[in-house]
Design a protein around this ligand. Structure first.
Ligand code: KG4
Ligand code: ZN
Length: 343
């Protein structure tokens, strides 16, 4: 089966073609980061308009890259939610019109299931079941992934998502959006011992997260420095390092707890923050000590992309699932409601 995947939930227009026999045939992306940067975050209306501008050129690009003709496409998948309603509508309308024109089935994919399954596109995919840490701009969740489509929520952020905290702290440090990669780069030369940031909610049982207090703590450290945005370069580097270290440490403590609690021996990390090098290193060490394996996708498949939507949609289409004609986008959609994918 050859599935066209369309991702438009937020600020990335991603299209890809996944072949259930041959793997990923084409993958193309347009990031709106530069456009939203001027506003310090994603402006929903601008996002929708920009998706409309880029969808057809990216469609032509993946068709050319894959050397597919339109009649070769046997299914269409798109992000049905969660996300920004206007942005979701652009992908949904294109996907459903194309599927109707081509006479093929269409499936709306849950964005976070796309992230969670992205490591399946790599050479050594994880076997089921596994613990999944989903860390993106909008979500921080620990999931017990029992089998395809069966996801049990173990814990989640009660306020800001990890990626959101990276983005907000980046703005305070005078860095551009999205902030995660910028903080990671600034932290490279930083001293992790100069500032000691809290590890929120690690001193009590449970698997929930909270990053809002850490963000406020960081804001205070930045504001007490002389000069704007945390002062001189070395101080800004030290703050970035201390903050990154605190997030990585907190996520690692909770992942270890989740592995022990479930007895599972595989940990999958997915979503934009899972591209973070320090997080991967720390989790690798922890997983090895626990006798568990760590799985993640290449960085380009950690952040938003069309490939993960094409892959996840393909699994559901192969199982015989498809959307009814009146399927509407679901801006809010709990991952636990997606339903099992029959083998
Ligand atoms: O999954 P994603 O592309 O979009 C959402 O579904 O939200 O995640 C984007 C988030 C942003 O907050 C970005 O700052 C963060 O992922 N991110 C990173 C890194 N790369 C992206 N955070 C930390 N380190 C990175 N290397
Ligand atoms: Zn995402």
């Amino acid at each position: 089966m050859k599935v066209l995947g369309i991702e438009t939930s937020c600020d990335e227009t991603g299209l890809a073609i996944y072949d259930s026999e041959a793997g990923l045939l084409a993958d193309a992306l347009h990031s709106q980061a530069a456009m939203h940067n001027a506003y310090g975050g994603v402006v929903p209306e601008l996002a929708s308009r920009d998706h409309i501008r880029h969808l057809i050129p990216l469609l032509n690009k993946v068709m050319a890259q894959s050397q597919c003709q339109s009649q070769d496409i046997t299914g269409v998948a798109y992000t049905r939610g969660p996300g920004l309603i206007g942005a979701l509508l652009t992908g949904s309308v294109l996907a459903r019109s194309l599927a109707w024109t081509l006479g093929v089935p269409v499936i709306g994919v849950h964005h976070m299931e796309g992230h969670l399954l992205a490591p399946m596109l790599e050479d050594k995919p994880p076997a089921w079941p596994f613990v999944a840490l989903l860390v993106s701009g909008g979500h921080t969740q620990l999931i017990a992934a029992e089998e395809p489509g069966c996801y049990r929520l173990l814990g989640e952020s009660v306020d800001d998502a990890a990626g959101e905290a990276f983005d907000k702290v980046a703005t305070l440090l005078g860095l551009s959006y999205p902030g995660g990669p910028q903080i990671a780069a600034l932290a490279e030369q930083g001293n992790q011992d100069r500032f000691r940031f809290p590890r929120p909610m690690t001193d009590r049982p449970g698997l929930d997260f909270s990053f809002s207090g850490l963000k406020t703590f960081t804001r205070t450290r930045i504001e007490e420095q002389e000069g704007p945005c945390g002062g001189d370069l070395q101080t800004r580097q030290d703050i970035a390092r201390g903050f990154e270290e605190a997030v990585v440490d907190t996520l690692t403590i909770k992942c270890r707890r989740a592995l022990r609690q479930t007895g599972m021996k595989r940990l999958v990390i997915a979503g934009g923050v899972s591209a973070n090098r320090r997080l991967r290193q720390r989790l690798e060490t922890m997983a090895t000590a626990e006798g568990a394996g760590l799985y993640y996708a290449r960085p380009a498949l950690c952040t938003d992309n069309g490939a993960m939507i094409a892959y996840a949609g393909c699994q559901r289409l192969l199982a015989g699932e498809q959307d009814p004609a009146d399927a509407a986008p679901r801006p809010r959609w709990p991952l636990t409601e997606v339903g099992r994918i029959p083998a």
